[in-house]
Design a protein around this ligand. Structure first.
Ligand SMILES: C[S@@+](CC[C@H](N)C(=O)[O-])C[C@H]1O[C@@H](n2cnc3c(N)ncnc32)[C@H](O)[C@@H]1O
Length: 268
């Protein structure tokens, strides 16, 4: 197969990658047949997956739009995946052309694709770092420079904190980030939860045994606790489609089926 221009040299085209599988679910074009094959296997177990991931991505779009409208121009997107389909810099710049974004992911494949995609964009950068090593992440020059500019920064933890186990203490990690933020900064967080879908627990276990990345489902209460030290904006922590929908009818009858909750809070 010919290597497309967004694929770094040395990429193993025969091995599926989670970020490219995700891109496929979103309807993006940055994926290979091996990724689509993996996606089809997962779909057989959980047919609603693409809808869930699109619902998560639609939350990200609404949250970034909301913050840009509030005047936020600096974004730190942790666990960004490949910024292709509705990426933060595109959404934010539609309202704030001066918006700057630092993308962070632990996955070297996602980072390599992201670097090629964002080549030549002076107002965005890509960092390979792990949320679980938060001191290292917050000490990276791209991150310290963004924080030192004197502007409020929106930190995005969208569909990533569920990859942090209870032992690794996500609330503590988020607390370290929060303490580095100036007033007016924001936290945007979405997180998987099966609280509204207890019937899915077994299929979910099967699905994630197929992948190398374990997922910790949490309750609404546990996820709300991640906003400690932030003032939640209305409507608080809710199922993904319920967070400031574009139209009331886009919430649908069963928002709990999107198996994720989300919220946005400001640092007072
Ligand atoms: C489901 S994707 C979410 C992508 C994007 N934030 C969104 O919601 O559309 C999760 C991403 O988080 C990354 N990730 C998982 N654990 C991480 C960690 N501990 N530190 C940084 N990134 C992580 C994965 O590599 C993957 O690209």
């Amino acid at each position: 197969m010919r290597r497309p221009s967004w694929v770094p040299e040395g990429t193993d085209l025969d091995k599926p990658n989670a970020a490219r599988v995700y891109d496929y679910y979103l309807g993006g074009s940055h994926n290979f047949e091996v990724d689509r094959e993996m996606a089809r296997k997962a779909l057989a177990l959980w047919p609603e997956l693409p809808q869930i991931m699109r619902s998560n991505r639609a939350f990200l779009r609404r949250a970034v739009t909301f913050l840009a409208e509030q005047g936020v121009t600096r974004f730190l997107d942790i666990g960004s995946g490949i910024p292709t389909f509705g990426a933060v810099h595109e959404i934010a710049r539609a309202i704030r052309p001066e918006a700057k974004v630092v993308y962070v992911d632990r996955d070297p494949v996602a980072v390599a694709h992201s670097r090629l995609l964002l080549e030549g964009d002076p107002a965005s950068s890509v960092v390979q770092a792990d949320l679980r090593d938060v001191d290292d992440l917050m000490a990276r020059p791209e991150v310290t420079e963004l924080l030192a500019e004197g502007e409020p920064v929106a930190v995005l933890l969208v569909a990533v904190a569920h990859f942090v186990s209870d032992d690794e203490d996500p609330c503590k990690l988020i607390g370290v980030i929060r303490d580095a933020l100036r007033p007016g900064s924001a936290l945007v967080l979405s997180h998987a939860s099966l609280e509204g879908r207890p019937d899915q627990a077994e299929d979910h276990q099967k699905l994630y045994r197929m992948t190398p990345t374990p997922l910790t489902m949490r309750t609404h209460e546990q996820i709300t606790a991640m906003f400690a030290g932030f003032d939640l904006v209305e409507p608080g922590v809710v199922y993904l489609p319920q967070w400031r929908p574009d139209q009331p009818e886009s919430v649908g009858e069963h928002p709990e089926r999107m198996t994720g909750v989300a919220g946005v809070g400001f640092r007072p």
